[in-house]
Design a protein around this ligand. Structure first.
Ligand code: BTN
Length: 251
């Protein structure tokens, strides 16, 4: 059966410049590797129905069920000197906003770049940079039933289908995410994080939650700072800004 994501169906739906070119694979090792090298323009997209070597952050694997989710990478070519770590939040915000609008379910950003719906992880983002070339990989759980979600030891997973109670045509979801990513990226290029700050504050899933930092310290997460770092009020009463690494929610 033809997939709704095949180029003939998808290309006419695209709005804006992201998705040109649109490189579609029924199976590939990782869409990240498709864009890592070669002569691709800013906004090029590689998408696969199935990845045999899907990557998550911190060396984890990203498992998928064929033709069920969205697995794609977008090539970003920011200007020299741009604050690349901020792109995590730009992408997280774009995915959360697009999913909320398409699926009509409230979506939050779990700093730095997971997207949560109903407290479960619905999407993950992996940014891989070499020089000023950034490959932004996005995995969105779309149509899995609750019994088919991957076991995730660090955090419960969910899908749009589980959250909304019905399956989705993946094409409009992809189109919405690409359009939103292009819009947020342009906003960030023009005005940095300042233009995204209000929306980020509204979607900050960690605000007020107990968190465990990668170095073993714990505390209460507070706002996302203007430079994109997470403010944490530690248990000893001091405040720290976390710039990178994993932050786990504590029970
Ligand atoms: C994470 O939450 O750990 C990030 C997951 C990123 C998964 C996507 S799927 C498309 C792209 N290709 C990959 O190999 N990984 C990213």
């Amino acid at each position: 059966m033809a997939s709704e994501l095949e180029p003939d169906r998808l290309r006419p739906l695209l709005r804006g410049g992201f998705g040109e070119p649109y490189l579609y694979f029924t199976e590939v090792g990782s869409t990240q590797d498709v864009l890592r090298e070669g002569e691709h323009p800013h906004g090029a997209v590689a998408l696969a129905e199935h990845q045999t070597d899907g990557r998550g952050r911190s060396g984890r694997r990203w498992e998928d069920e064929e033709a069920t989710n969205l697995l794609f990478s977008v090539l970003l070519l920011p200007p020299a000197g741009a604050a690349l770590p901020e792109l995590s939040l730009v992408a997280g915000l774009a995915v959360a906003s697009a999913l909320e609008r398409e699926a009509m379910v409230p979506a939050l950003v779990k700093w730095p770049n997971d997207v949560l719906v109903d407290g479960g992880k619905v999407a993950g983002i992996l940014l891989e940079a070499s020089g000023s070339r950034v490959v932004c990989g996005i995995g969105i759980n779309v149509n899995q039933d609750s019994g088919d979600l991957p076991p995730t030891p660090r955090f419960p997973a969910t899908s749009l289908r589980v959250a909304a109670g019905h399956p989705f045509d993946r094409a409009p979801v992809l189109v919405a995410v690409l359009a939103e990513l292009e819009g947020r990226y342009t906003q960030w290029l023009d005005g940095g994080m300042a233009g995204l700050a209000d929306d980020l504050e509204r979607r900050n899933a960690l605000q007020g939650r107990r968190v465990l930092l990668g170095d073993g310290r714990s505390g209460a997460a507070d706002a996302i700072a203007p430079d994109g770092r997470l403010t944490v009020v530690l248990d000893d009463g001091t405040t720290t800004l976390v710039g990178s690494g994993e932050v786990d929610l504590q029970a």
